[in-house]
Design a protein around this ligand. Structure first.
Ligand code: SF4
Length: 226
């Protein structure tokens, strides 16, 4: 075991709380096996031999995107024969199919579509909620939230509030491929950079600017296996 981890491992096995310096040591360690052993010890203390998971269905509402990130093969210009966007009946059909397969969560993301306004995204969430009232909707990266605000001429706060009212339950962390300005400029300069990405996530936490219940960042009810 990495020598720097030995004291921490003793603390963990003696159920002594770790401090900020310990957290930094863990973060900087490259001894993945030791980190894994310690993490599993804590996990078993808390959950015995149970593991929890969601049944998650990914839904990409549209691949139309005005940005051309250098690493992306998903986004298409509107003129592309591969371009598509979901209609409400298509959304309902996907929701029903996913529910029949036991889905507990929908993960919804898409390209930055130049024509769709916020009411499309509200309708999308509301449609999924109507088709599957118990489903958890994890949708729209910070990059999309920023873009919805721009095309609809609204603030980030308003966009988040309206989407939460329509059924948004949490946000995925996508769009943060590289949180350094240097690489951001080289590969995806038309998307928001690190500062805006972080700021939108700060807004989305329950005690931030979005007056939402504390469940906002929660995930759907997990399934359990032994
Ligand atoms: S913004 Fe997203 S969908 Fe559009 S090109 Fe970049 S990675 Fe692809």
């Amino acid at each position: 075991m990495d020598k720097a981890l030995k004291t921490i491992a003793e603390k963990i096995h003696n159920e002594v709380r770790l401090d900020a310096a310990d957290a930094l040591t863990l973060f900087e360690s490259q001894d993945l096996l030791a980190l894994g052993e310690m993490a599993n010890f804590i996990r078993e203390q808390k959950n015995q031999n149970l593991t929890y998971y969601n049944i998650n269905r990914h839904i990409n509402y549209s691949n139309v995107c005005y940005v051309a990130c250098k690493f992306c093969e998903f986004g298409q210009p509107k003129s592309s024969p591969k371009a598509y966007e979901l209609t409400v009946p298509q959304m309902e059909s996907i929701a029903q199919e996913a529910l029949a397969q036991g889905a507990t969560e929908f993960h919804i993301v898409g390209g930055l579509h130049p024509d769709l306004k916020l009411d499309y995204y509200e309708a999308l969430l509301a449609t999924f909620k109507r088709a599957a009232p118990g489903i958890h909707l994890k949708a729209f990266t910070a990059v999309e939230i920023d873009y919805f605000a721009k095309v609809s001429r609204l603030t980030h706060e308003t966009v988040l509030q309206r989407l939460v009212a329509a059924g948004l339950g949490s946000m995925p962390g996508g769009g943060a491929e590289v949180l350094t300005d240097r690489v951001h400029k080289l590969t995806h300069a038309n998307k928001i950079g690190p500062d805006a990405w972080l700021q939108i996530h700060r807004l989305a936490i329950p005690w931030g600017s979005v007056p939402t219940p504390p469940c906002f960042m929660a995930t759907s009810r997990p399934q359990q296996i032994r």
